[in-house]
Write a protein that binds this ligand. Structure first.
Ligand SMILES: [Zn+2]
Ligand SMILES: [Zn+2]
Length: 345
């Protein structure tokens, strides 16, 4: 089969390798599409976790089950499935409490196992048992189903922040994650959505935020205060890996407001500066966000089926495996909102 191998930093080679073999407890999925994620872009430049090399990356996967081991009960040949990367252990302190995304032995497809930038992927019994694989609802295409993965993280964080009816939500970031936050906040009943962005404002405007702030020419906080009559937003979501957005968010929420730190900062420089007196006097809540449990992935697929997430507005580039490095550059430059790899093109 054809696969894109991440050999080392900034080097991906397309190779003909042996198609994975199925064992009695495993499944082989024919990969129909795999999204290029912000974390793929980061890993391309800084390397995979634990210094892992010579790996097939890719974790926003949609495909069709091609082979099923005789001992597998959950899946059958021709099932259409969406696959998310996270695999928990099922045994640790957090897993036992249902917080599987915080698993102490958390591992990922595309890092610790070969991922979706290939024509086939093998799912071991461990992945089938403690990973996140859901059937794609009828009427949802493979391409659209790949969006369920980034959408899941967004849904989980808004669930934790309790975004709800009547809320004014500030989203800092106009990339695909910012746009997903906009659509999910709207689906959850937010009354006013303010988006602040820089280089993808045109794409973001397709999602019709109530207000769109161009941070190149406008100050986020003063704009938000103007819009909210001096009160501030109920919730601010930082959806870009930029440290200074954290303080912008803290300055832009009302008393008892909530700030979600969604975009992770680079590992080499994760520090941020915030006005802690605003947290103190205004009784603010800071909320982290990492991954999600499996049922959220199911909700994401249903949100796509029900038109709450307009997947076609995100996907503006589909490339063959051979073009994957170009695809990474396109996504990185902001020229495309979401780039998918179709390994059969
Ligand atoms: Zn992703
Ligand atoms: Zn665990």
């Amino acid at each position: 089969m054809k696969a894109a191998i991440f050999e080392e930093i900034e080097t991906i080679k397309i190779k003909e390798i042996k198609k994975p073999e199925c064992d009695p407890k495993g499944v082989i999925v024919n990969v129909k599409a795999c999204g290029i994620c912000g974390s793929d872009i980061r890993n391309y430049h800084v390397g995979l976790k634990d210094g892992i090399k010579n790996q097939i990356m890719g974790h926003e996967i949609a495909g069709i089950v091609e082979e099923v081991g005789p001992e597998v009960k959950k899946f059958k040949v021709n099932d259409k499935v969406a696959i998310a990367p996270d695999v928990s252990c099922g045994n640790c302190y957090y897993c036992k409490r249902g917080l599987v995304n915080l698993c102490l032995n958390h591992r990922m497809i595309g890092t610790h196992w070969p991922g979706g930038f290939a024509q086939y992927i093998y799912l071991s019994s461990e992945i089938l048992e403690n990973g996140i694989i859901n059937k794609i609802p009828r009427g949802v295409s493979f391409y659209s189903a790949t969006i369920s993965e980034p959408a899941s993280s967004v849904i989980a964080s808004q669930e934790n922040a309790k975004v709800g009816l009547g809320d004014t939500v500030l989203i800092i970031g106009d990339g695909p994650i910012g746009c997903l936050h906009l659509e999910i906040a709207r689906a959850r009943g937010a009354a006013t959505i303010i988006m602040a962005g820089l280089n993808r404002l045109k794409d973001a405007s397709l999602f019709k935020p109530d207000y769109l702030i161009d941070v190149a020419s406008k100050d986020v906080t003063s704009e938000v205060l103007k819009i909210t009559g001096g009160l501030g937003a109920d919730i601010a979501i930082c959806a870009v890996p930029v440290a200074k957005t954290h303080n912008q968010a803290i300055e832009s929420v009302r008393k008892r407001g909530k700030v979600v730190i969604f975009g992770g900062l680079p590992k080499t420089n994760p520090m941020t500066t915030i006005n802690s007196n605003l947290i103190h006097y205004n009784e603010l809540t800071l909320i982290g966000a990492f991954s999600y449990p499996g049922y959220i992935h199911e909700q994401a697929l249903l949100a796509i089926k029900n038109g709450k997430i307009a997947t076609k507005k995100y996907i503006n580039e589909i490339v063959p495996l051979e073009e994957i490095e170009n695809g990474i550059k396109l996504a990185e430059s902001g020229k495309a909102l979401k780039v998918l790899v179709d390994p059969w093109l």
